[in-house]
Ligand binder design. Structure first.
Ligand code: BGC
Length: 354
């Protein structure tokens, strides 16, 4: 196979991202040696007393991606603004989160960052902050457009920071289009796909799946959805769903679009268990750019992922909240760009495709 400029570029991106990830790890270690390790308990209030008190409620602490996100948020707010960060785990329960937000307000937080359990609760949470006269930013899960328009109309100090899930989905599809057979491994003219989604009805997983297929079609391929299942974004749920998909369809599934990397990592285990050779018999693709997924891309087992920049999002949310606390106006919606990540070595190592 002749390597296109695009592939080489993608390869560079991977190594760039890997460098970025390892650089982050190094920076993280360096930062931690200078002071006491950051506290991570569900009820802690940590940091120096000099900056504003910021309340943060995360939908679930055991979500792999949100673990990275919240530790960046805490570290950045403490180091950059000497903020007192009060972190709370909503544990997947909206009622718990509602109470946490009320409590954070009552405890004198000057601003709130909320990763909603259910976006349908955004109105209630926004109203609570607005009534107390403090700004609130929704992170990672984007409230509906009608709700965002209301913040604007009612001049509420409420905003959201996230990514465009359609972009991530399109990149997933494009990653497959960059493979030698554009995903049609058996050459029957149709790309047979499995969709491993995050939580049912979640905006990110629905759009990622929809736009992955749309991108394949836009790239001139016929595509069919053989299997579709929803999990909870975890590795275990990805593995469970993939097992089910393989037991029903075996090697008929050529591409498995996974809503995030944790699920792709689980699907990778299930594929091997089912006797498939990932990267040869099936293409797996995720979103997030978790370190172990990037390793599997380098070894050719996972076709690619989309960098969901938790660091960039955390810093943007923190900076925007501080500006709002200082009385500046903010947009109702901020988006951080995703980056497509594949590697030429994924395709170089496979024989017979050239
Ligand atoms: C990430 C997932 C994460 C989810 C939580 C998504 O943007 O890609 O890994 O589980 O957010 O809402």
């Amino acid at each position: 196979m002749k390597r296109s400029k695009k592939d080489v570029f993608a390869g560079i991106l991977l190594f760039g991202a890997a460098f970025l990830l390892s650089a982050c790890a190094v920076t993280g270690q360096k930062r931690e040696t200078g002071k006491a390790p950051a506290q991570e308990a569900g009820t802690e209030a940590a940091g120096k007393e000099t900056g504003p008190k910021i309340g943060v409620s995360i939908y679930r602490y055991d979500d792999t991606f949100m673990k990275l996100y919240r530790s960046e948020l805490k570290q950045y707010l403490e180091e950059t603004y000497h903020a007192q960060v009060v972190l709370r785990n909503a544990d997947g329960n909206q009622e718990t989160q509602n109470q946490q937000v009320d409590r954070l307000i009552a405890d004198g937080c000057k601003g709130l960052l909320v990763n909603p359990v259910e976006v349908s609760a955004a109105g209630r949470l926004a109203d609570a902050a607005n009534k107390a006269g403090i700004p609130l930013i929704f992170i990672n899960r984007e409230p509906k457009q009608t709700e965002q328009l209301r913040w604007k109309k009612e001049h509420m100090a409420v905003s959201s920071v996230g990514t465009d899930s359609r972009q991530a989905g399109s990149y997933q599809g494009e990653i497959i289009l960059e493979t030698p057979k554009k995903g049609d491994l058996n050459g029957d003219g149709v790309v047979s796909c499995g969709m491993l989604k995050g939580e049912e009805g979640n905006e990110a997983s629905e759009y990622r799946s929809e736009y992955a297929i749309k991108a394949l079609k836009k790239g001139g391929m016929k595509a069919e959805e053989l299997y579709s299942g929803s999990g909870d974004w975890s590795r275990e749920s990805g593995k469970k769903l993939a097992r089910e998909a393989f037991s029903r369809y075996g090697n008929k599934i050529e591409v498995m679009f996974c809503s995030n990397d944790a699920m792709a990592n689980g699907a990778l285990e299930a594929a091997k268990e089912a006797g498939l050779v990932p990267g040869k018999d099936i293409y797996l693709v995720g979103v997030d750019a978790l370190q172990d997924t990037v390793e599997s891309i380098k070894s050719g087992e996972i076709a690619g992922t989309v960098l969901n920049d938790h660091g960039g999002q955390a810093r943007l949310a923190a900076d925007t909240l501080i500006k709002m606390i200082n009385g500046e106006e903010a947009e109702t919606r901020y988006l951080v760009d995703d980056i497509k990540i594949t590697t030429v070595s994924t395709f170089k190592t496979r024989k017979g495709d050239d």
